[in-house]
Design a protein around this ligand. Structure first.
Ligand SMILES: O=C(O)CCC(=O)C(=O)O
Ligand SMILES: [Fe+2]
Length: 224
């Protein structure tokens, strides 16, 4: 399931990122995909100090984000990379790598883009995701993020004016199977809704049963 995560970066984080962005020394995006003929963008080298500081801000913000914890059930997160698309740049239809070369390798279950500058700054540059016969295009306000399954075919359409800046990362979930993950999300939503009215409106036996279902299905399905 595709989810928009509002306000991952708040005003103070965005301000810090805005001050760091001019210091990033962008290189060719093909550095991490040398054989790619469809990737035409710029990205920060992993060792770039400004990229590393933005990555820390982004990581802290994602870890704090309650909806991300529910939707992704994250086990591991790759370091974010800042990407830059200038006029004419784009990234054609592709699917993300299954494993990232860390030790141990990290499986990418979910891909995440945090938009770093406002949509009015550029034309084009929509992150477009195939969902069956539909194509869903996302171009979010600065600070908002999109979380989408790494199994999807997606692209970034050509930027025709201005510059698109984003921080991208990948997450490994405790639950590999997206169908199972969705059921756990629904159970958590049911549990939260039931608890919402307070102890007087919910039969405590129902509350404990919902908690038990969520916890024990997670135990059954979590990778260890
Ligand atoms: O810039 C984005 O929003 C995502 C780019 C992308 O698909 C990738 O780097 O794999
Ligand atoms: Fe991608």
């Amino acid at each position: 399931m595709i989810r928009v995560l509002p306000n991952v970066l708040g005003a103070a984080d965005l301000q810090a990122v805005r001050e760091l962005l001019p210091q990033v020394r962008f290189g060719d995006g093909r550095a991490t995909n040398p054989d790619s003929t469809i990737k035409l963008n710029l990205q920060a080298p992993q060792e770039d100090p400004a990229n590393a500081r933005i990555a820390q801000i982004a990581r802290d913000a994602l870890v704090r984000h309650a909806e991300l914890r529910v939707f992704a059930q994250p086990r591991q997160m790759a370091r974010t990379t800042v990407v830059r698309y200038e006029p004419g740049m784009n990234y054609g239809w592709h699917v993300d790598e299954a494993l990232f070369p860390s030790t141990p390798p990290m499986r990418s279950d979910l891909s995440c883009t945090i938009f770093l500058n406002p949509p009015a700054d550029y034309d084009g540059g929509e992150l477009t995701i195939q969902l069956g016969a539909q194509e869903l295009a996302y171009k979010l306000e600065a600070g908002n993020a999109i979380l989408y399954p790494s199994t999807t075919i997606h692209r970034v359409t050509p930027v025709t004016r201005g510059v698109r800046l984003a921080a991208i990362t990948w997450l490994q979930s405790w639950v590999a199977d997206s169908g199972r993950r969705e059921l756990l999300i629904q159970l958590e939503e049911a549990r939260a809704l039931a608890a919402h009215g307070g102890p007087s409106t919910i039969d405590p036996r129902l509350q404990v049963l919902l908690e038990s279902l969520k916890t024990n299905l997670f135990r059954m399905w979590a990778d260890t």
